[in-house]
Write a protein that binds this ligand. Structure first.
Ligand code: SF4
Length: 330
């Protein structure tokens, strides 16, 4: 846990709900966590668990209607992001927090060169001239290890491989020297070797620049190797939180244990059998009573069906907490 001085981000009791004709979808329902300066945090869960909505809430990019942040505080670098003006928030999005997404082809403009797209935000946010911005774009492409950056700066996105496009997106994000980068499933569409290279790059950038990083992924095996800490999300809540090593070596929530068994690890033997978690993620507008995971949990008891467990810390290790009525090790 980081001290107050080392904290970059502090999320308290965040709730983001979507008000639809079918009912209130509680996409994020009361999450709290900290992120230290230079720290790498993994937000892990199946699709629909609330991890991407949590990130979009931090950037105040929830479409309203139907979405709304209905409760909570998001303190970032000394400001509560839910209480500042839209102008201030736009400044933060362009200069202090960068976000990269899973499929760079949908974020890159196919008719502009990669260099132009890396350079343009520098002109807008940092008042660079066109030629200064292009020079900086070459440096940024070099920083993300795109070979022959001076030549490649003139290429179009379709002339790049998937991995290179994602590197170009990271270069765009790095242009503003962000304090925080949020990478939403940054490697999911790529093969394992390219995934590893990109995650190595993101880790290297946090070490060389001191920026913090949030990696959003469904793959617990991926973040366990790269994150300092992990928050596992299910049905809009954090169900397990702790140092990545603790969660990888000794997962305590049945959902976390299921996630570990259901996804390939980067260093796993490809012949090893994957075991999917039984059942489907719950309908967030009609959550089951008690522990939301109980319809899928092999350990569920009557208590689980009646009462929702709160996050509680491990005896003797308050950095590791989980929300479950039972101790699956016994
Ligand atoms: Fe399973 Fe019960 Fe723990 Fe929920 S509280 S994860 S249903 S054992």
């Amino acid at each position: 846990m980081s001290s107050d001085n080392d904290k970059l981000l502090e999320v308290k009791g965040l709730k983001t709900h979507f008000f639809t004709d079918e009912g209130v979808v509680k996409a994020v329902d009361g999450i709290s966590f900290d992120l230290g300066k230079g720290e790498v945090l993994g937000l892990v869960g199946e699709s629909g668990s609330g991890k991407s909505v949590s990130a979009l809430s931090m950037l105040r990019l929830i479409p309203n209607p139907p979405g709304r942040i209905v409760a909570g505080e998001i303190h970032f670098n000394g400001r509560d992001l839910l209480r500042i003006s839209e102008d201030e928030m736009r400044h933060i999005r362009g200069n202090e927090i960068a976000m990269i997404f899973q499929e760079p082809m949908t974020s890159l403009n196919p008719v502009l060169t990669v260099g132009r797209q890396v350079a343009e935000p520098l002109e807008v946010h940092q008042n660079a001239t066109r030629s200064e911005a292009l020079t900086r774009a070459v440096e940024l492409l070099d920083q993300v290890h795109i070979a022959d950056a001076g030549m490649r700066v003139h290429a179009y996105p379709h002339q790049f491989s998937g991995g290179m496009r994602q590197r170009a997106m990271i270069a765009m994000g790095m242009g503003c020297d962000p304090l925080l980068m949020i990478a939403d499933e940054p490697t999911t569409a790529l093969d394992v070797t390219v995934q590893t290279q990109l995650l190595d790059l993101l880790q290297e950038l946090t070490r060389t620049t001191g920026m913090s990083l949030i990696i959003i992924t469904h793959n617990l095996g991926v973040v366990a190797r790269y994150a300092d800490r992990v928050n596992v999300m299910y049905a809009g809540r954090i169900v397990e939180s702790g140092p990545a090593d603790d969660i990888y070596e000794d997962p305590r929530h049945p959902y976390t244990i299921g996630l570990m068994a259901s996804v390939p690890q980067l260093d796993q033997d490809v012949r090893q059998r994957l075991v999917p978690i039984e059942g489907q993620p719950p309908d967030l507008s009609d959550l089951p009573g008690g522990c939301s995971f109980h319809p899928r949990c092999p350990y569920a008891t009557d208590q689980c069906r009646g009462e929702a467990p709160e996050l509680r810390a491990d005896d003797g290790n308050d950095a590791h907490a989980w929300a479950c009525w039972i101790d699956v090790r016994h």
